[in-house]
Design a protein around this ligand. Structure first.
Ligand code: GUN
Ligand code: ZN
Length: 435
């Protein structure tokens, strides 16, 4: 594969920024370039240094004056819920029963699953997202569809079929045994192939019997290197029903603890209403709490206390996510804009550098993928996003008064969406236009 020299303003994070003026937390190159070969970043730095290093055979793509960052990472999304977005008027459990479960039933049809998997990965690319942790439907063929489409695009994806054996329509339930068998077969088929990662995915305590939770426990014990993803503490009715179904557990988190599901590769969507004990349990185990602001607002689930979770004596590892389906936008820019407002409603402000750290390096660290993605360091996979801070008339006008990088990032977050994404590279291949 030919060498590509991508010229732009570069931004990559070195650590979590503590304030909008925390300049040592990032590296910014005004006339920068990334040298990509065989899908890998070989070097990133000033354009003049890299042009010499690249040699005459490198193809140059000039994105100036746009900003180039590591591709965005989405830590929680449901690809079978693309046609559920914008379903009116329900809280979580009614929303699941009235809209989500019927839509997911259609994924028994492999052709439908393929069509939506393609559309989902195209939307990711259009919005600058290069990696996502994805819930498939209960049907193994939905996971086959997503993984094979992601493999074709060379994408780094974490995904799993949901395990669910009760409290859902019969067309959408597996059994404890079949969920174990299907998960085992999918792990054998897909995990570690190309850039694909399988996540053991018990949907949530309400839709898994104790027998199925035992199977999830066995799967996690047999595959300790795999991710586990589920939902936790999203909505008051959900919490009450979960505790009713597992009366021997002191709280919702204790259900997942009982079945050995906490740990550094465990991703818990929502985590809005945690008690101090539950937050301690997540922190002690290195589990990740996933902030899904557009979904939490849309379903009226509650306000995730991001900064309190980060600053508590036992801090939580946090990822940010769209939760597409319940979430209302594919864009991590829109997600962090709503996230900023959720945090503001609790009397605090998340600085714009920290927002962009979160959706790049921060999410890579939370997903234990920082060895491969999330920064522009040599040796990392060349997953990149190019952003135009003047993409719309309103942005252009506001940009006239932006004096600092932090101001520019904040306007990208506040006014930006897919229109601000000029290009998305997956392993060095331009993807915004689709495959
Ligand atoms: N809890 C269990 N399943 C789901 C889901 O699909 N979306 C959300 N937001 N919460 C859930
Ligand atoms: Zn979810």
């Amino acid at each position: 594969m030919a060498k590509i020299l991508i010229r732009a303003r570069l931004l990559t994070f070195l650590r979590e920024p503590q304030a909008a003026h925390d300049h040592s937390s990032y590296r910014y190159e005004e006339d920068g370039a990334v040298l990509v070969e065989e899908g890998i970043i070989r070097a990133a730095g000033s354009h003049s240094d890299l042009a010499a290093k690249a040699g005459p055979d490198a193809k140059t793509i000039d994105h100036r004056p746009h900003l180039l960052l590591p591709g965005f990472i989405d830590a929680h999304a449901h690809f079978p819920q693309m046609q559920v977005i914008a379903s009116y008027g329900a809280e979580l459990l009614d929303w699941l029963n009235n809209y989500t479960f019927p839509a997911e039933s259609a994924f028994e049809d492999e052709a439908h699953a393929r069509r939506i998997a393609r559309a989902f990965l195209d939307e990711m690319a259009r919005h600058g997202t290069t990696t996502s942790a994805v819930y498939c439907s209960v049907h193994p063929q939905s996971a086959d569809a997503l993984f094979s489409e992601a493999e074709e695009r060379g994408m780094c994806i974490i995904a799993g079929k949901v395990m669910m054996d009760r409290n859902a329509p019969s067309a959408l339930t597996d059994t404890a045994q079949s969920s174990y068998d299907d998960t085992k077969a999918l792990i054998a088929k897909w995990h570690g192939r190309g850039r694909l990662h399988y996540a053991i995915t018990p949907r949530f305590a309400i839709t898994s019997s104790p027998e199925q939770m035992e199977m999830a426990k066995a799967l996690v014990a047999e595959h300790p290197d795999l991710h586990m993803q589920t939902h936790l503490s999203e909505n008051h009715a959900e919490i009450a029903f979960s505790c009713e179904l597992y009366p021997d557990c002191a709280d919702y988190t204790a259900i997942y603890e009982k079945y050995g599901l906490l740990g550094p590769k465990s991703l818990f969507g929502h985590c809005i209403h945690l008690s101090e004990r539950e937050a301690d349990a997540l922190s002690d185990s290195g589990s990740v709490a996933v902030f899904c602001p557009t979904s939490n607002l849309f379903l009226g689930s509650g306000l995730f206390d991001y900064l309190r979770y980060r600053r508590r004596e036992k801090p939580l590892r946090i990822a940010a996510a769209t939760d597409t389906g319940g979430g209302t936008n594919y864009s991590m820019l829109r997600t962090m804009d709503e996230g900023y407002k959720v945090i503001a409603l609790q009397g605090e402000k998340l600085n714009p550098l920290a927002s962009f750290w979160q959706i790049t390096r921060g999410n890579a660290e939370a997903l234990s993928l920082a060895r491969r993605i999330g920064t522009l360091e040599p040796g990392k996979d060349a997953d990149l996003v190019v952003l135009n801070s003047s993409a719309t008339p309103a942005m252009r006008l506001r940009m006239e008064r932006a004096k600092t990088l932090a101001e520019e990032l904040f306007l990208l977050q506040t006014l930006g969406d897919d229109r601000a994404v000029v290009e998305t590279y997956v392993a060095g291949n331009a993807m915004k236009g689709g495959v």
